[in-house]
Structure formats: structure tokens, C-alpha cells
Design a protein around this ligand. Structure first.
Ligand SMILES: NC(=O)c1ccc[n+]([C@@H]2O[C@H](COP(=O)([O-])OP(=O)(O)OC[C@H]3O[C@@H](n4cnc5c(N)ncnc54)[C@H](O)[C@@H]3O)[C@@H](O)[C@H]2O)c1
Length: 350
């Protein structure tokens, strides 16, 4: 089986490609390389298998790029932007329109399987009750809105020959060479190691479902190899019921892994909106799928890596490990234009 993996140089993609290749799947990658400046650590298990990768913008994809592929795993999008620092129009152009165009190209080429990495953020500000795949979506950001739109538009393309599957991932954690410190458990662990203190600006009461990135890789792998009737046009939350935590519980669990780390909880922000996600369906309906890791495992793995690489505050603060910081840098230094396309270097032209 040959799988076209977009976003292969991102946080999840950098681990997913060798994960699939270890299981006998051939991978062709696509990535534009926004975060190529960031590489946290080297691990032979991940580096000995690096896929052939097309360096191209998702918005420029053509059916020809998908030649000889049997499936697509689509990860290449701009990350969540809660404060609206990116232009929402660019988020729509890449995350919504780019994803729909990729699915259309796959379908036009007769590629039968399309695995999409959606997000639990589509549930948005729900109540503290459990939400599941049948709950109404309530996206709060351009990112989450685009996830819901891709599910709708690509879902409408499903037919006898084309089976999309929508994986609504919880917030990921765990080590990847293309690290992200802008996601909650990775961020808390980095704070615990570098500052020995986690200061929360709120009371940390909102619920957050989290999932290990290797469990996301397993969900993608199982979705690629499942018989079509098991996954055809299905939405599946990716995670496990026991991994819904209040943010302050995550902080306490991290502090336990990093002895001497103090947790200071702030005052209630008055915002009690939060949600817990039910993950029964994926365990019931996706053949062979099971989560292997807990948040405590993830904090422990991060601790091991930090110790090994002598992780420092400078590394924690480095722009390429925080998605919006890196994009801001590329825009400010005129490497990207306002549509987030690479500029041609005028110095070399003169
Ligand atoms: N990390 C999480 O917590 C999480 C949770 C839920 C869903 N997801 C989804 O999983 C996917 C991967 O997440 P991640 O954390 O690895 O993100 P990431 O930002 O680390 O990686 C995304 C990759 O896509 C590439 N990319 C972005 N725009 C592109 C474009 N226009 N053309 C070509 N390449 C482009 C980037 O260069 C980057 O390497 C995303 O779709 C994300 O929304 C992630």
C-alpha cells in the first residue's frame, strides 16, 4: 500500500511516516516546510526511515501528485489560532479549500481511502457534559470552523469508490523531533523542567481531552487498513474516556513527574465552558484500535528526552516549536507573503 501523507514534516507527521513505514506501508510525503527550522532531538528509529517528500503547497496540489497512491492521510493545515493572529482568510484557503481540493483530486484519481485529521475542537464551548460524534458541533475559531466544513464537504463526496474517514483527535502530546510546545501537556512539561514552576492564570477547571501522538498514528494506520465498510464516511473521536482531564489535573500530574515543581493555581476566570469527550465509538468500530498511553506516560517520556538533550529555556522558547511564533517570524522577515506563500529572495535576483 502506498499512502500520500501531507504535513509529513510536522509534529505528528514526522512520527507518523516512520510509524507507517515500519508497518510495511510505502509513504510519499508532501509539506511546504513552515517549521523546518525546528528539530528538537535525533532518534535513529525515526530518522532511518524518511519518506520521499514533495515540497509543495497544499493549495497547488494536482491529481498527478497522487500518482500510484492507494490512500491519503491528510495532516497539512495551519494550526489552531485561538487569538486570531493569522488571517482567517488564509486559514480558510489552506485548511478548508486546500483540504477539499486534495480530497477531490484523490477521488478523481480513483483513490479509495481518505483519512482526515480533524479535531475535538469542533465541539467548541460545550457544557461540561460528555459530547460524542452525534453531538452538535460548535466551533469557536476559524481553525475549528474549517475542520467542520471539511468534514461536511468531503463527507458529501463519499460514494462507492471513495471512503473518507474523519478522525477528531483530542489535543496531542508526547515527544516528536518536530516538537510543539504550544499544546498543553508539552507546554506544562517544558515549564516544569525549565522553571520548576507552573503558574496558572486561571483556576484550571476547564476539561481537556488529550491523546498521545502515537495513539493518533495508530488510529490513522488502522483507518488506512480497515475494510471500507468499517470506516466509510465515519467520524471517530480519537482518545480514551479516562484521558479527559481538568487543566489543573494535568498540571498536577506533570508536577508529580518533575519533582520539585510547584503548581500555583490562579483565580476562576469566570469562564466555566468546557467539554468532555466520549471515545467509545473508535474502540467499538475501528478494527484493532486501542490507545496505549496515558498523560502520565507522555510526561515521563518528555522528562526522559529533556534530560537526555539537556533541554533549556532557550530551546523551549525557540520560535519553531510554537507554530504561531514561527509563522509570525516568517512573515516579519518577508520569507512568506501575506498569503503564506514563500517569497523569492530578491537579494539573489539582483
Ligand atoms: N497536534 C494536535 O494537538 C492536533 C489535535 C487535533 C488535530 N490535529 C491535526 O493534525 C494535523 C497535524 O497536526 P500537527 O500538530 O502535526 O501540526 P503541525 O503544524 O506540526 O504540522 C502541520 C504540517 O503541515 C505543513 N503545512 C501547513 N500548511 C501547509 C500548506 N499550505 N502546504 C503544505 N504543507 C503545509 C506544515 O509545514 C507542517 O509541517 C493538523 O491537521 C491538525 O489540525 C492536531
Amino acid at each position: 500500500m502506498r499512502v500520500f501523507v501531507t504535513g509529513v514534516n510536522g509534529y505528528i507527521g514526522a512520527v507518523l511516516a516512520p510509524y507507517l513505514m515500519d508497518r510495511g506501508i510505502e509513504v510519499v510525503g508532501l509539506d511546504t516546510g513552515y517549521y523546518r527550522d525546528g528539530w528538537l532531538y535525533s532518534d535513529n528509529r525515526l530518522m532511518r526511515r524518511s519518506p520521499y517528500t514533495i515540497q509543495k503547497d497544499l493549495r497547488d496540489i494536482s491529481p498527478e501528485d497522487l500518482r500510484d497512491c492507494d490512500a491519503v492521510a491528510h495532516l497539512a493545515e495551519l494550526s489552531n489560532d485561538p487569538l486570531g493572529q493569522n488571517n482567517p482568510q488564509v486559514t480558510h484557503a489552506i485548511n478548508h479549500l486546500g483540504s477539499v481540493a486534495l480530497a477531490a483530486a484523490a477521488r478523481a484519481r480513483g483513490i479509495p481511502r481518505f483519512v482526515y485529521t480533524s479535531s475535538c475542537s469542533v465541539y467548541g464551548a460545550a457544557t461540561s457534559e460528555f459530547v460524542d460524534e452525534s453531538s452538535t458541533v460548535n466551533p469557536q475559531t476559524a481553525y475549528a470552523t474549517c475542520k467542520a466544513l471539511v468534514e461536511r464537504d468531503v463527507g458529501a463526496m463519499a460514494d462507492q469508490t471513495f471512503s473518507p474517514v474523519f478522525l477528531r483527535n483530542a489535543t496531542a502530546y508526547g515527544p516528536s523531533p518536530r516538537m510543539r510546545f504550544d499544546i498543553v501537556l508539552n507546554d506544562l512539561s517544558a515549564l516544569a523542567w525549565t522553571m520548576k514552576k507552573i503558574v496558572m492564570t486561571s483556576d484550571g477547571s476547564p476539561w481537556r481531552p488529550v491523546v498521545h501522538l502515537l495513539d493518533i498514528c495508530e488510529a490513522i494506520y488502522r483507518s488506512l487498513i480497515a475494510p471500507s465498510e468499517a470506516v466509510h464516511n465515519k467520524i471517530l473521536n480519537v482518545g480514551q474516556n479516562s484521558e479527559n482531564y481538568r487543566v489543573r489535573e494535568l498540571a498536577q500530574l506533570v508536577a508529580k513527574e518533575f519533582p520539585g515543581c510547584e503548581v500555583i493555581v490562579g483565580k476562576s476566570g469566570g469562564d466555566t465552558r468546557s467539554y468532555r469527550v466520549n471515545f467509545d465509538r473508535i474502540h467499538r468500530e475501528l478494527p484493532g484500535f486501542k490507545c496505549r498511553f496515558s498523560a502520565a506516560d507522555g510526561a515521563h517520556q518528555l522528562h526522559e528526552i529533556f534530560r537526555r538533550i539537556e533541554f533549556s529555556s532557550e530551546m523551549y522558547q525557540f520560535r519553531a516549536f510554537t507554530r504561531l511564533k514561527q509563522l509570525r517570524y516568517l512573515l516579519d522577515t518577508r520569507q512568506l507573503d501575506e498569503q503564506f506563500r514563500w517569497r523569492t529572495d530578491a537579494v539573489l535576483e539582483s
